[in-house]
Design a protein around this ligand. Sequence first.
Ligand SMILES: Cc1cc2nc3c(=O)[nH]c(=O)nc-3n(C[C@H](O)[C@H](O)[C@H](O)COP(=O)(O)OP(=O)(O)OC[C@H]3O[C@@H](n4cnc5c(N)ncnc54)[C@H](O)[C@@H]3O)c2cc1C
Length: 472
Amino acid sequence: MTTRAPTSVVKRTAFDELAGSIRGELLLPPDPGYDAARTIWNGAIDRRPACIARCLGVADVASAVRFARERDLEIAVRGGGHNVAGTAVCDDGLVIDLSAMRAVWVDPAGRTARVQGGALWGDVDHETQAHGLATTAGIVSHTGVAGVTLGGGIGFLMRKHGLVVDNLLAAEVVTAEGSIVRASADDHPDLFWALRGGGGNFGVVTSFRFALHPLGPTVMAGPVFWAADDTAEVLRFYRDFVADAPDELGTVVRLGTVPPLPGIPEDLHWRPAIAVNSCYAGAVEDGERAVRALRGFGSPLVDLLAPSPYVTFQSGIDPTVLYGWHYRWKSTNLAGLSDETIAVIADHAYAAGSPRSCVVMFHFGGAVVRAPHEATAYAGRDVAHNIVIEGVWLPDESGEHAAAETAWARRFLAALQPHRAGGVYVNFLDSDDDSARVREAYGEEVYRRLAEVKAKYDPDNAFHHNKNIQPG
Ligand SMILES: Cc1cc2nc3c(=O)[nH]c(=O)nc-3n(C[C@H](O)[C@H](O)[C@H](O)COP(=O)(O)OP(=O)(O)OC[C@H]3O[C@@H](n4cnc5c(N)ncnc54)[C@H](O)[C@@H]3O)c2cc1C
């Protein structure tokens, strides 16, 4: 990222009062750390906040919120900085940056963990697995806990243990007024309901308390790859295989090219291929039985399913979605994997121009669908699968790929239109997905209820640099 002249002249003295009231650092242009601090996972996002407040605790966050509200500053909130739409940074306003707040405290006897609002999933897995415990987490270790949780949270363990929000016991929140409140089933239950799916609309969450479950530390996990030519057969087999799978088996399909990961022979690197990545949340021997038919199907190019430390598995695909690359996503829930849907997927998945572009498809069911639907604001519990079409290119390839990969993703989504379930996971929406798609993510009933909670906790819509719920 190159340093340009700031879009507005920022007076450092304007932030003196904030500097005096927080323990963390304030970063303004041209401070040496400013450019790094405004950089997020999606390298295509290039925004220049007036000031970044790198908070060190809840008191800092409360001061920053009050400071911004008193001056009517635009507010952006940064957790892990992974959201593809880049909502963690804004132009000109104040970024309330929690990236220095990554502590995780585990209570092994009570099987809970308290996690600060800037932690990454790798932090949580690392600390909880030291006690042989885990909770449902995102599938990439450098993704932020806060954004994932507030949107609902899907991952390999969700069929066994529910969504991330189903494991959320309480949250500490700084509201739009700058007050510090606890939200749980007993305290501010309306806010607690809205936080579990409604995104960053209701306040800044400074810590989460999650339920934990025994897991591993060794699990049967890993991907099996087949040649792209086998895609339709593999997906038809996969559809029937997962329909009967035990709750313990979480799977994610990836279509694209074979990434150059450790354990994959070099002659396969960048070859078009479909992979099914699995994790069995139970005994390794039971996992071996559960995946036998999958790894026995057809002629895999390479089979990396093996007993593995859960923490290692959870960071296995990190190098395929590196920080700083450029990304453009399109996503939808799928009604199912009919032969027609499979044909569309097989036709479009390998038509991207960049070898880094890919398609990722999550399988739901199990505990996700059994949880009471009205208990949280997550609205997509009944879907069998969702799909994310990910245009990906390197920063210096924008001329060649930006328009082409974006067009590919849009074309692919349009072709899936007749096969869509209606609905989309709010955390997979990109910057060009409008408010209609936010409403689509929730459906009318949940959106209306979210709007009521928004009107109570943030009537002025101070937290609008997100997938926004309008106060109703
Ligand atoms: C590589 C990759 C893999 C992913 N895998 C998964 C997955 O397996 N499962 C899944 O469910 N999702 C997944 N996602 C999507 C993910 O849920 C969203 O990108 C999410 O927004 C990331 O959270 P973050 O804290 O890193 O986001 P950020 O970009 O930091 O924040 C996004 C928004 O969340 C809100 N927010 C962030 N922190 C706070 C806070 N402390 N308090 C209040 N609001 C806050 C703000 O509105 C902010 O604009 C993935 C994304 C990527 C890029």
